[in-house]
Write a protein that binds this ligand. Structure first.
Ligand code: F6R
Length: 323
């Protein structure tokens, strides 16, 4: 079980390797009518991060699909990046096949499985990441190879990935911050709250606590939070904790944390530097990853095993009558 924790501690090495992956297959070229990023769970979170980066940089529509089908308006001339660590996720495979049949220019990131088989058969551009991880512990490899693939396909979203990964060098700092997060969430249901820009981090943190520690957790997004969720906190009675991703200079996030503290809610602020989006996402994903794994280990829970996800996937297989 301790080896799984090492997967997170070793993210810097994983990231360095990811920047050296090669793109196989053909290379699509712009212009594209839009960009769609497809994937579920620990692979799908890459789409959330890419969405934030792409909406700030690109002048084409960008969307994410975490479902079995594409929106009607995604079709010929669009670029699709499909991310599936196993390469065998039903929802993702279904959408990729639909995209190819609609004339979408598809590309793939996976460690193997049917997605790589499909990419080879259809001569799609693809990057094959190292196998042997859980999808969630392969996050740097999945994110960085997606950004690399996008760049090769003419959509550079971030210039200095080599510099961004340096935040992963300091594992002692990540460990110390993880201990603070564990202290804040112990015995409580964590609510991770972030601005729209950092919402992928809140979702990532929620998912990590779900999958590694087997606990319920929630992710909330500001400013929408101020229009409904804020009222729920008026009558909080449950053992909850608010974990607030506070980026430097964001007065609204400061209000959120101050407001909750004034209501007596246990609040933990996580200070986001804000100068490099990819660096911030990697750093805080590592912190919450380590926290959730250590938390599981403290509870005597195996962080690697996600038997309910396996059960859901087996159900899907029988439902869709696939072998
Ligand atoms: C994360 C995890 C799941 C999977 C999801 C999709 O570690 O196990 O969230 O990421 O079930 O599977 P993949 O990533 O293989 O497409």
């Amino acid at each position: 079980m301790g080896e799984f924790l090492n997967d997170y501690y070793n993210w810097f090495t994983q990231a360095v390797k990811a920047l050296e992956y090669s793109v196989h297959g053909r290379v699509w070229e712009p212009p594209y009518k839009g960009l769609v990023v497809v994937g579920m769970g620990g692979s799908g979170i890459v789409g959330d991060v890419v969405y934030v980066l792409a909406t700030e940089v690109l002048d084409i529509p960008v969307t994410i699909v975490k479902d079995f089908t594409l929106p009607k308006w995604v079709g010929e001339g669009w670029l699709m990046i499909a991310v599936s660590y196993s390469g065998n996720t039903m929802e993702t495979l279904h959408v990729v096949k639909e995209g190819i049949s609609k004339g979408v220019k598809a590309a793939a990131i996976a460690s193997g499985g049917r997605l790589i088989e499909l990419a080879v058969k259809e001569e799609l551009p693809y990057i094959q990441v190292d196998s042997g991880y859980a999808p969630r512990s392969a996050f740097p490899a999945l994110l960085l190879s997606t950004l690399k693939l996008l760049k090769e396909l003419g959509l550079g979203l971030h210039n200095d990935l080599k510099n961004s990964i340096n935040v992963l060098r300091n594992r002692e700092r990540a460990d110390a911050l993880a201990e603070e997060v564990i202290k804040a969430v112990a015995g409580r249901i964590p609510f991770f709250i972030a601005s729209t820009k950092y919402y992928p981090l809140a979702v990532r943190a929620k998912n990590e606590f779900n999958e590694n520690a087997k606990v319920l957790a929630k992710a909330e997004v500001v400013p929408e939070w101020g229009h409904n969720d804020i009222v729920g906190w008026e009558g909080w009675r449950e053992p909850v904790a608010a974990i607030v991703f506070k980026e430097a200079g964001n007065e609204i996030m400061k209000f959120v944390a101050d407001h909750l503290k004034a209501s007596g809610v246990p609040v933990k602020d996580l200070e986001i530097d804000g100068s490099d989006y990819v660096g911030d996402v990697l750093k805080w994903s590592q912190v919450v990853g380590i926290a959730s794994v250590k938390f599981a280990l403290e509870l005597g829970i195996d962080p690697r095993v996600t038997k309910s996800i396996s059960r859901y996937k087996a159900f899907l297989k029988s439902l869709l009558k696939l072998d």
